[in-house]
Design a protein around this ligand. Structure first.
Ligand SMILES: Nc1ncnc2c1ncn2[C@@H]1O[C@H](COP(=O)(O)OP(=O)(O)OP(=O)(O)O)[C@@H](O)[C@H]1O
Length: 194
């Protein structure tokens, strides 16, 4: 089953055309790595595929609707004055989720208990990234669109991320992610170079 079908998309940034006639099919159980140099348009494409940026043409279809996808930008989307626990509970409230699993999920992301309670501005880049990744497990949507999800993660974080992706793919989810670098061996992906 295809979770995302993009046909003949035109990706824009202001009045500049970054990509023309871009087509893509992402199947359940698939990890697709979008690779390319700085400025080539990976973020703009991902935002267009997520419906966050209007396309200049072409069509975009999801298996169900936009509610099938989870978007994670490279800025993490955290309020730096709040702790990871507070951020995620607030975010759960906004998204109609109970928030009961927040501590368990942060534990699963191996964020130390003390760090879970400190303001995000005092956390390391990797700790903030783990907090942002926790949302994927709280929301459990089938299609993950992730912009530079490996940024800030150490070796243990990479291994953890690879396990989360493997579990998601085994459950018939799909992942489209960007990265400047070749992916580590634990992440076996179809690669698409822009
Ligand atoms: N706010 C903006 N206004 C106008 N042009 C922009 C803006 N942000 C980015 N661009 C331009 O759009 C192009 C694509 O940017 P984008 O961020 O999609 O690339 P990218 O491949 O994700 O880059 P990187 O690897 O550096 O994150 C770049 O040439 C960039 O200069």
């Amino acid at each position: 089953m295809s979770l995302l079908i993009a046909e003949h998309l035109c990706v824009l940034r202001g009045d500049r055309v970054l990509l023309k006639d871009f087509s893509l099919v992402l199947a359940a159980g698939e990890l697709l790595h979008l690779r390319g140099a700085n400025g080539v348009g990976k973020t703009s494409l991902l935002e267009t595929l997520a419906g966050l940026r209007s396309a200049g043409g072409g069509s975009l279809r999801y298996a169900r609707d936009e509610a099938a996808l989870h978007w994670l930008g490279h800025r993490n989307g955290l309020n730096l004055n709040l702790s990871p626990l507070e951020n995620l509970r607030f975010w759960c409230g906004l998204n109609g989720l109970s928030g009961e699993r927040v501590t368990a999920v942060l534990d699963q992301l191996q964020l130390p208990a003390r760090a879970q309670r400190r303001a995000c501005r005092s956390l390391s880049a990797g700790q903030k990234r783990r907090t942002a990744l926790a949302r994927l497990l709280l929301q459990e949507r089938p299609l993950w669109l992730l912009d530079e999800p490996l940024d800030g993660l150490d070796a243990a974080g990479l291994a953890l991320f690879a396990r989360l992706v493997a579990q998601h793919l085994a459950a018939q989810g799909a992942v489209l992610m960007t990265s400047h670098q070749p992916l580590p061996g634990a992440l076996r992906a179809r690669e698409l170079a822009l």
